[in-house]
Design a protein around this ligand. Structure first.
Ligand code: URA
Length: 216
């Protein structure tokens, strides 16, 4: 698996991550969601450089020019509910993408090892031969993403698999490294320190779903 961190626009990305992490700024729910969307767009712009393109000729009212456009738009698969705001950044960048959604939630045990992931909703486009972008803003244990990947792998064989997260823990990165196929890519805003006992990323930002939509 290839790991990419978004170091390309440090001033911009660090400013977004600071706003996402700061508890005072987080109180503004609209701003929190917009910042996830902005980070998603920046990650999408980087990821787009690796997708296949072909040349088309465009005729304007004044002349013509050749430009490279994506050969086939990717498929965006988002884990609900925390993924929604982050997804919007990818949907803005890949405006012709097909989208799938998976409902997955944690059944909390007392400790991270007892954490169980359950899925209760899946709407997936056909992924055969497509470039798949799996969207989850917080890569903690990697349990939800791997569960989704297992479901997809029983149905289709994507051309490439890209996992995108705003913030990841090393434990989640390692889990993906072990279980995703070789032609996988991981795109991150930041790689943090560790998971705490409740499987939250430290320092992380807290519960992204609650910060977007309120407590459950
Ligand atoms: N999900 C979150 O929202 N935050 C974490 O730290 C881990 C998983």
């Amino acid at each position: 698996m290839n790991l990419f961190q978004l170091n390309l626009y440090p001033g911009l990305v660090h400013s977004i991550l600071w706003q996402l992490r700061d508890p005072q700024i987080q109180k503004d729910r609209l701003r929190f969601k917009f910042n996830l969307e902005r980070l998603g767009f920046l990650l999408a712009a980087e990821l787009a450089k690796t997708l296949p393109v072909h040349q088309v000729e465009v005729h304007t009212v004044l002349g013509s020019t050749k430009i490279e456009v994506p050969t086939q738009p990717p498929v965006l698969v988002t884990i609900l509910r925390a993924g929604l705001a982050f997804y919007q950044g990818f949907a803005n960048a890949f405006d012709q993408a097909d989208s799938g959604f998976i409902g997955a939630y944690r059944v909390e045990g007392d400790r991270a090892e007892q954490l169980e992931i359950r899925m209760n909703y899946a709407a997936l486009p056909d992924l055969t031969g497509r470039d798949l972008i799996l969207i989850d803003p917080m890569l903690a244990t990697g349990g939800s993403l791997l569960k989704v990947w297992q479901l997809i792998a029983t149905q289709a064989n994507p051309r490439s698999v890209h996992v995108v997260a705003a913030i990841a823990a090393p434990e989640g990165v390692e889990a993906l490294r072990q279980h995703l196929p070789e032609h996988s890519y991981l795109w991150l805003g930041a790689l943090d320190q560790y998971l705490n006992e409740q499987a939250y990323i430290v320092p992380g930002l807290g519960d992204a779903g609650d910060l977007c939509f309120g407590p459950k």
